[in-house]
Design a protein around this ligand. Structure first.
Ligand code: HEC
Length: 159
């Protein structure tokens, strides 16, 4: 009897805290969707991390004795960020204080997504060149990647 009451009380506590009796959080208690502030933080963090990643990838390629394949892991990070990039620019993020995204990100969505797709192609080419250990293709892809960063910033990022 006392045990049954304890179990019932425990179940009520778990239900109130959003945790099912088996320890799995209830879906309603999981707030996994980033809000507008988080999306701006995510994209700014990703952009900042790309600066050091790209610099490290470029430095790593300077020593001809080092196989370019070693850069594959870091380039994989750039490719994944490039893939998700447009989804970090939902309309709800346009007015978040501290964003440097220009209103054109939303008024010229097609242009923005084109720049993002060009960037993705450039980092994909970089990844392919690294995998093939092709230095000429790698140097070209590194230049087109940097150009793709700048092309998007010129139209879609405030000074
Ligand atoms: C498709 C467009 C696009 C591409 C491609 C792009 N950026 Fe950006 N970047 C932006 C926008 C828009 C912002 C402003 C984000 C904000 O403040 O909300 C930004 C912001 C930044 C910032 C400032 C982050 C901060 O903390 O304020 C840096 C640094 C940056 N980008 C570096 C890069 C680098 C390096 C690349 C290429 C490897 C790159 N970006 C590619 C659009 C782009």
């Amino acid at each position: 009897m006392a045990k049954a009451i304890l179990i019932a009380a425990g179940a009520a506590f778990l239900a109130a805290s959003g945790v099912a009796a088996n320890g799995t959080p209830e879906p309603a208690a999981l707030e996994t969707r980033p809000d507008a502030d988080d999306l701006v933080a995510l994209r700014q963090a990703g952009m900042r991390m790309m600066v050091s990643t790209l610099a490290a990838v470029g430095r790593g390629a300077e020593d001809e004795a080092t196989p370019l394949k070693r850069a594959g892991f870091a380039i994989g990070g750039l490719q994944r960020f490039a893939q998700a990039l447009p989804s970090l620019y939902g309309a709800e993020t346009a007015a978040v204080p501290g964003t440097r995204a220009l209103p054109e990100v939303w008024s010229d969505r097609e242009g923005f997504e084109t720049r993002a797709a060009e960037f993705k192609s450039a980092v994909d080419a970089l990844g392919a060149a690294a995998a093939a250990d092709d230095r000429t293709a790698f140097t070209q892809a590194l230049e087109s990647t940097k150009a793709a960063c700048k092309a998007c910033h010129d139209s879609f990022r405030a000074e």
